[in-house]
Design a protein around this ligand. Structure first.
Ligand SMILES: *Cc1c(COP(=O)(O)O)cnc(C)c1O
Length: 392
């Protein structure tokens, strides 16, 4: 049933989304409530954003206090939260220098620019990027240029030149794209939008080796798979394969719009300098208060340990489901970034699930993606399975 909120949204906004017919009004814990008061179990977390679920009192308090004090100053001045948030994030991702953006897409843009600047300053003449098939890095012209999805790209071509695509988990196919002009290789350690495809450990190690041998930078897009989902703070740590530059966003601010790209000192030394890059909002007092508190809560609650435990329970239950139910062809992923590949369109299932009070999202046409708040417990996994069985 259409209500006033759906009607004015449909009337006013450019139609870039096919929205589900639900208006969410508030959230509590790991559940959402619509304007009719109906309760939903949430296994989407606003697309892997709300790692701490909804209404965390400590986070809410920190954000409210910052709202009362100061929202914004611009990057022409120092503020009281930016440096703290940066240090906390750098500690979590084991990098040395960071730049705050307002989204994941912008984090990718910055990462690509940082790699190009590095090559420029070193005078190597390198400018090409190698990206992966099935990748998703965002929708701006730069991020879209390294995103391999024909439908997303076609209307906007020509995109940025010098991008080549290789097969994910096929090192030889990557090697075949390397030239003396290759500047960086960019990949998601676990492809999210592409269907929850995990990199093989040998593939990650192989990319690192290839980059070292050829003088190429390795860029990891940790925007979806990072921030605790694998049971490590960032997915590269799960593999033990450290990139030179990484992009993050989504869960780092628990719902306030913030992203970042970070790099090692070795890259930073030759990369962006004053005047090379900027953002009016980037790293403003409000978002950085949220980032700082988010990381504090992650540490205090030992959330990554929880993800390891609850993630293996979820995997076990999904494996059982795949054995019992012929519609479920395969389970994918790890921790709290998992998926099931179906023999029927995932879109049908996500729509039906919503009627049953379950929020799930698809990835490509045949995968159900499960990226819940990291705080879910066994009883919620059981409830998910119960609802999934009914819907499938
Ligand atoms: C969501 C996402 C992006 C884009 O982030 P936005 O905040 O939507 O701009 C880029 N890369 C990956 C892997 C993502 O999941």
């Amino acid at each position: 049933m259409m209500n006033q909120y759906m009607e004015n949204t449909n009337r006013a906004l450019i139609h870039t989304y096919n929205r589900f017919p639900v208006v969410f009004d508030r959230g509590e814990g790991v559940c959402l409530y619509d304007t009719e008061g109906k309760k939903y179990l949430d296994f989407a977390a606003g697309i892997a954003v709300c790692g701490l679920g909804y209404g965390n009192p400590e986070l809410t308090k920190a954000i409210k206090e910052q709202v009362d004090k100061l929202l914004h100053t611009s990057n022409l001045y120092y503020n009281t939260t930016c440096g703290n948030a940066a240090e906390a994030l750098l500690k979590a991702c084991e990098m040395d220098r960071i730049f705050f953006t307002n989204s994941g897409t912008e984090a990718i843009e910055g990462a690509l620019k940082a790699a190009r600047k590095y090559a420029w300053k070193k005078g190597t003449g390198r400018y090409e990027f190698i990206a992966m098939e099935n990748s998703f890095h965002g929708r701006s012209m730069g991020a879209l240029s390294v995103t391999e999805h024909e439908a997303y790209r076609a209307p906007f071509e020509p995109l940025i030149p010098g991008v080549k695509f290789a097969k994910f988990n096929d090192l030889e196919s990557v090697r075949a794209q390397v030239t003396d002009k290759t500047c960086a290789i960019i990949l998601e350690p676990i492809q999210g939008e592409g269907g929850i495809n995990m990199a093989d450990p040998e593939f990650m190690e192989g990319i690192r080796r290839l980059c070292d041998e050829e003088g190429i930078l390795m860029i990891c897009d940790e925007i979806q798979c990072g921030m605790g989902r694998t049971g490590k703070m960032f997915a590269w740590q799960y593999y033990g394969v450290k990139p030179d530059i990484m992009a993050m966003a989504k869960a780092i601010g628990s719902g306030v719009p913030v992203g970042a790209f970070a790099m090692t000192e070795g890259v930073a030394e030759y990369s962006l300098e004053p005047g090379d890059h900027g953002s009016t909002y980037g790293g403003n007092p409000l978002v950085c208060a949220a980032v700082e508190k988010t990381l504090e809560i992650f540490e205090k609650k030992k959330l990554t340990d929880h993800v390891v435990k609850i993630g293996s329970y979820l995997a076990e239950k999904l494996e059982e489901l795949a054995e019992e139910n012929e519609v479920v062809l395969e389970r994918r992923g790890t921790g709290l970034i998992q998926g099931i590949r179906l023999s029927k369109p995932a879109g049908e299932v996500t729509a039906k699930a919503l009627e049953e009070g379950l929020v799930i999202i698809s990835a490509r046409s045949d995968v159900i993606r499960l990226v819940p708040p990291l705080l879910i417990e066994k009883e919620q996994v059981d409830e998910l399975l119960e609802k999934l069985k009914k819907v499938l």
